[in-house]
Design a protein around this ligand. Structure first.
Ligand code: X2X
Length: 387
């Protein structure tokens, strides 16, 4: 009798464990805007890994999950992509992400070009300091980014990625990078003198900040918040909607200067072998899902900072209104002092960039830089002047 009891208990335990194991993929794949919970029962053949540097509090991380959810839903659960947030796949060393993707350790990534730029030198195009023109109208600078991504320069960049075994499916955006610090409002290059600034691992940042008289130090994002907290560094630079707000940087820094000095596009990408392993129909689903998530994500990165286009995209196409639609006001409400640079002030910074351009334009490739200049000229009629 005792034995029978034990057998029944063991059976119950086995059934419960099996049920929980089956449920786990759904539980760890939260629904993001624009997606719904899968209706078909999942039969994933294996787990695909997607790498992202930030956490789920950023629209960058949320879009990665949105992409994964959409693929899962549209393939009826056949393709299950697990999002590894906050650099889990590369143990916090964010400049390693591209290699892991190109080797297939990660199958997918929503990656920042900045983190990939140490490997793919051409990607430094986007971080050429003060390259992107403000233009005459609010939002022109964003149109210049689109012109390059959709133009000849963008096409060449995607071909270059492919030669490394990485297929770029859609362009998202971390955003224009703005500088924050706890010490002084920055209105002119001299204000940066001696300020310790945390920068990302691409060497162009070191050259740029040294040329401005600052004291740059490379650090992974995984270690940055502690460094801000302990004032190991005085400042940092990152985009407002995707990093500064989600990570509440006002808790460390009082001052922010909107100087749009570098753009950080994201690329929704897949390892080439992984891509080739899918049939045509599945590839189409993955591509469409990437485009949709990237469109939502790019609008989230720009909302309240462009000419109103992004808010319209979110509301009309996605039936989604973000919690914060006026990010600048939000920063001010949190106690930040926001400095805007006019064109003359911005030019004072740009004029200091001569040596950075002499070194980096040849590294990126003169012809690619020229293609980007032409893309902007052809689309917007704006002529980019190099320092
Ligand atoms: O590390 C950064 O500053 C971040 C989060 O913006 C990137 O991954 C480039």
């Amino acid at each position: 009798m005792k034995l029978l009891h034990l057998a029944v208990i063991a059976l119950v335990v086995i059934v419960v464990v099996a049920a929980v194991a089956l449920l786990i993929p759904q539980l760890t794949s939260p629904t993001t805007p624009g997606t719904s919970t899968p209706t078909t029962s999942p039969t994933p053949t294996r787990e695909y890994k997607l790498s992202v540097v930030v956490g789920p509090q950023s629209p960058w991380g949320q879009a990665a999950q949105m992409w994964a959810d959409e693929v899962y839903n549209k393939t009826g659960g056949r393709v299950y992509i697990r999002v590894y947030y906050s650099g889990q796949l590369f143990a916090g060393q964010q400049t390693n992400e591209f290699q892991l993707l190109s080797q297939g350790v990660a199958d997918f990534a929503v990656g920042s070009v900045i983190n990939w730029a140490p490997v793919v030198k051409e990607l430094n195009l986007f971080i050429l300091p003060f390259f992107f023109p403000e233009g005459a109208n609010k939002g022109d600078i964003y149109k210049a980014v689109d012109a390059i991504e959709e133009g000849e320069a963008g096409k060449q960049i995607l071909q270059i990625l492919e030669s490394y075994g990485v297929i770029g499916l859609a362009w998202g955006e971390n955003g224009f990078r703005q500088i924050t610090n706890w010490k002084v409002p920055i209105t002119k290059p001299e204000d940066l003198a001696g300020l310790k600034i945390r920068v990302v691992g691409s060497p162009i940042f070191i050259d740029t900040f040294k040329a401005l008289g600052a004291d740059p130090t490379q650090m992974n994002w995984a270690d940055a918040l502690t460094a801000f907290q302990q004032k190991v560094v005085d400042g940092q630079e990152n985009p407002i909607n995707t990093v500064i707000i989600p990570y509440k940087l006002w808790e460390y820094h009082k001052y922010i200067t909107i100087w749009d000095y570098a753009i950080d596009p994201l690329i929704f990408a897949v390892n080439k072998n992984t891509w080739n392993s899918f049939d045509e129909n599945t590839r189409q689903i993955i591509l469409e899902a990437a485009k949709k998530a990237a469109r939502w994500q790019k609008a989230m990165a720009r909302v309240g900072l462009d000419d109103g286009t992004s808010l319209r995209i979110l509301q009309e196409e996605f039936k989604y209104t973000p919690q914060i639609t006026d990010p600048i006001k939000h920063l001010q409400n949190q106690g930040m002092e926001v400095v805007f640079l006019n064109e003359t002030q911005r030019n004072l910074f740009k004029q200091k960039m001569h040596d950075v351009y002499s070194k980096w334009v040849p590294t990126i490739g003169e012809s690619l830089v020229q293609k980007a200049i032409n893309d902007v000229k052809n689309k917007l009629g704006i002529t980019i002047q190099l320092p």
